[in-house]
Ligand binder design. Structure first.
Ligand code: GAR
Length: 257
């Protein structure tokens, strides 16, 4: 039977609408459901103009190849105890996603995060200040196949060379509600001391993109906690850690999926 113009108009339209459902259906049986669901959600949100990965996560990681099912390799940079690093490692260990913490980068010999790396069998890279400022260890990171960088209690400024090598692929967590209480020298207990000294009634956490300036990249996510009259920098630090542990890994997942 000869097909008229209406057929050639409707048939491609029908196929275009049908393919996402076919992909979802097949992915159930091939174990790729989570991956394709995320992909289709992104396509949908772009078509509808929202462009956001989730309710409270602003902006998206520009994956090297959206359709590739290859794992996304994360490097965590940390200088201290590494409780956030542990949470992130364990979150992705147990999720069965294509996201993997593949390297721990540390600038403090003997830091707790190095023990965590050893316990988890994750390679670590010890860095020094002059090389970091000069070349950002870009070559080592690229050689290790790192796609995405997470600063979790990392206290050095990220050099421009590294920011340029990983555009839209470096995030940091800060233990206060930026833009207040950020910048050079504002880390850990110093931040909580300043917040309490200023008489703030609330504090919180900020997850943000990293640029060449301390704590100035675009904000991705914030969560708040209240400050009581009895709070000390230590008790506030505990509240902040609880928020970080609850939100950091899920925010990374939203950005990467
Ligand atoms: C975290 O509270 C993090 O927000 C803060 O260091 C702590 C590291 O804890 N980062 C900064 O202050 C950066 N300006 P952890 O080693 O237990 O993850």
């Amino acid at each position: 039977m000869e097909k008229n113009w209406a057929f050639w108009l409707v048939y491609p339209l029908f196929l275009t609408i049908l393919w996402p459902f076919s992909v979802i259906f097949v992915s159930f049986f091939t174990g790729q459901f989570a991956f394709f669901k995320g992909y289709l959600t992104r396509v949908g949100s772009r078509l509808l103009g929202s462009g956001s990965a989730g309710d409270s996560v602003a902006g998206n990681y520009a994956a090297p190849s959206t359709l590739s099912a290859a794992p996304i390799h994360i490097a965590i940079f940390a200088s201290g105890a590494g409780s956030n690093a542990r949470k992130i490692i364990e979150y992705f260990e147990n999720k069965g996603l294509h996201i993997k913490v593949s390297l721990i980068v540390c600038n403090v010999p003997g830091a707790g995060v190095l023990e965590i790396a050893e316990e988890k069998g994750i390679p670590s890279l010890m860095i020094n200040k002059s090389d970091f400022a000069a070349n950002g260890y870009v070559e080592s990171l690229k050689n290790a196949g790192i796609d995405f960088i997470v600063l979790a209690g990392f206290l050095w400024k990220v050099p421009e060379v590294l920011v340029r090598a990983y555009p839209k692929a470096i995030i940091n967590i800060h233990p206060a509600l930026l833009p207040k209480y950020g910048g050079k020298g504002m880390y850990g207990a110093r931040v909580h001391e300043a917040v309490i000294a200023a008489g703030e009634k609330e504090s919180g956490i900020t997850i943000h993109w990293v640029n060449e300036h301390y704590d100035e990249g675009a904000i991705i996510f914030q969560a708040k906690c209240s400050i009581d009259a009895t709070d000390t920098p230590t008790s506030l630090a505990n509240k902040i850690h609880a928020l970080e542990h609850a939100h950091f890994a899920p925010t990374i997942e939203k950005l990467l999926s």
